[in-house]
Design a protein around this ligand. Structure first.
Ligand code: MSP
Length: 477
């Protein structure tokens, strides 16, 4: 029997600044899910990338006096270096500035929308927020006329644009989301998007005059227009697989995606505009969209001006990648907002990694090295109860909790049985207990593989060689 396929995507990130803990969150969440599916034997494809056709990049580059393309390359190189350091196991990193990999597919999609009669030209006057890369309405603005999510005032734009007939798809999308044919996880986000759909979708501007935007995919057959950044950005999920190119083997194998992971701020684009584009182009819809919350620091949105932005690279330098992965997986719910500060990070690092997992593995393997003559021959067991169910619901926090519950139980079992004392009076009895401890530790390591691939590997090697693992997590004072 052929193994099932599993296609998972991160959003593509704007390269106008370094990635912060929020972006690291989305990416790590996807990585953990992708690794779990590979362990299960699923043919897995994990896509990430950069959303480059944006005025934000141009604005930033101009401020720094650098050429936008040069600036893009340097920021994207930093993205890729963070991925490597965080042990992100993506199969492809797509860049929407890529005229070979991405542009033909984005244009092919446009042509499909035209064929379906869903693109029309109109003069438009509206308020555009570059921070949001989106038109905003007057009623959404905060006092002082600022965009609600971006600390900047939108500017008035009056221009001729192509529009996409989004309104036409309201009812079909609503039915598909209601029936879970397109699953929106968690239920609270499903309710939120359904409420929006009940109000009805309005058509969206899908292009900008070419002379007004620096970067962007040209609209087919009309050099005076470039595609609206979200229009080309969303198609990355299929252009990466070869849509619009001659080799579409990946597309056939992996589309529709099993899971798009997105933050709550971009739910509308993924659960309304993207499905409408796919329907218009006659392509199947993704199976599910997982919508996570925002990571705050000290209860406040991370921002340069508040000075509370947490840089994942700094944390990796100090604590190691696995500690960052641990924090994001277990201390943040995939369904709600989460918080991180340097203090909470250190606290949970010491409690659950240094004194928790690290200490447990060291204690057990020190006894094994001392009292067992050879490595324990490990029996393979299915994952413990609840673990697979948690992953099936994409609740990685619950799956990690199950592993740490077992870490706690194993600690308690050592206290109860005291093999290090018993060994003096009943050597064989103590050995049997130690062998059992090693076996149970190996089950924990197996559960930790998607979360902490490096540490899980170190523990498994230590078990195979019957010796204390290399220092896993040193205590931080
Ligand atoms: N380029 C668009 C996505 C296009 S996808 C076809 C974009 N980029 S972004 O860089 O601004 O954000 C990318 C992702 O990072 C989003 O899912 C967003 O929710 C997430 N996060 C940005 N800040 C965040 C936090 N503080 N916390 C958690 N996630 C956050 O939007």
């Amino acid at each position: 029997m052929q193994h099932p396929t599993f296609y998972i995507t991160t959003p593509i990130y704007y390269p106008n600044a370094k990635l912060h803990m929020g972006h690291a969150y989305t990416t790590t969440l996807c990585d953990i899910i992708a690794r779990y599916h590979r362990i299960k034997g699923d043919r897995t494809y994990f896509l990430s990338g950069a959303d480059e056709n944006t005025e934000k990049v141009v604005r930033e580059a101009v401020q720094r006096g650098i050429d936008p393309i040069e600036y893009l390359d340097s920021v994207v190189a930093e993205f890729e270096s963070l991925y490597e350091r965080l042990h992100i196991s993506h199969d492809q990193f797509i860049r929407t500035s890529d005229q070979v990999a991405h542009w033909p597919g984005a244009q092919a999609m446009w042509e499909q929308l035209v064929k379906s009669g869903d693109i029309y030209k109109q003069t438009y006057r509206g308020l555009y927020c570059v921070g949001a890369e989106s038109f905003v309405t007057e009623k959404d603005l905060r006092p002082g006329g600022l965009c609600p999510d971006h600390d900047e005032a939108p500017h008035v734009v009056e221009e001729e644009n192509y529009f996409f007939r989004l309104s036409k798809y309201t009812d079909v999308i609503r039915a598909k989301i209601e029936s879970d044919e397109l699953q929106i996880i968690p239920a609270s986000r499903k309710a939120e998007i359904l409420a929006l759909l009940r109000e009805g979708l309005t058509d969206v501007s899908f292009s900008r005059p070419a002379e007004k935007v620096t970067l962007g995919v040209p609209v087919p057959n009309d050099p005076s227009q470039k595609m609206y950044v979200w229009c080309d950005a969303l198609t990355n999920y299929i252009t990466a697989l070869g849509y619009g190119r001659s080799d579409s083997a990946l597309l056939q194998q992996f589309w529709p995606a099993n899971l798009h992971v997105v933050g709550k701020d971009i739910l509308r684009f993924h659960a309304a505009i993207w499905p409408a584009m796919l329907l218009s182009a006659g392509l199947p819809l993704p199976r599910a969209i997982l919508v996570h919350g925002m990571i705050t620091s000290g209860g406040r949105k991370m921002s340069k001006s508040l000075g509370n932005v947490i840089d994942p690279v700094e944390l990796i330098d100090e604590y190691g990648a696995e500690a960052v992965r641990y924090y994001l997986a277990r201390e943040v719910s995939p369904f709600e907002d989460g918080d991180i500060t340097h203090e909470t990070f250190k606290e949970v690092y010491n409690a659950n990694l240094a004194n928790g997992l690290g200490n447990l593995a060291a204690r057990i393997m020190t006894m094994a090295e001392k009292y067992l003559e050879e490595p324990v021959s490990i029996k393979k067991f299915p994952f413990p109860n609840g673990y697979e169910e948690a992953f099936a619901q994409y609740n990685i926090q619950r799956a990690a909790d199950i592993a740490w519950e077992d870490i706690g139980k194993l600690d308690a079992y050592i206290q109860e049985t005291q093999p290090f004392k018993i060994v003096k009076i009943d050597r064989e009895g103590a050995r049997a207990i130690i062998a059992e401890l090693v076996q149970r530790l190996s089950i924990i390591a197996h559960m930790l593989e998607p979360f902490l691939p490096e540490s899980a590997g170190k523990i498994q090697t230590a078990i195979a060689e019957n010796k204390k693992p290399e220092n896993l997590f040193a205590r931080k004072e």
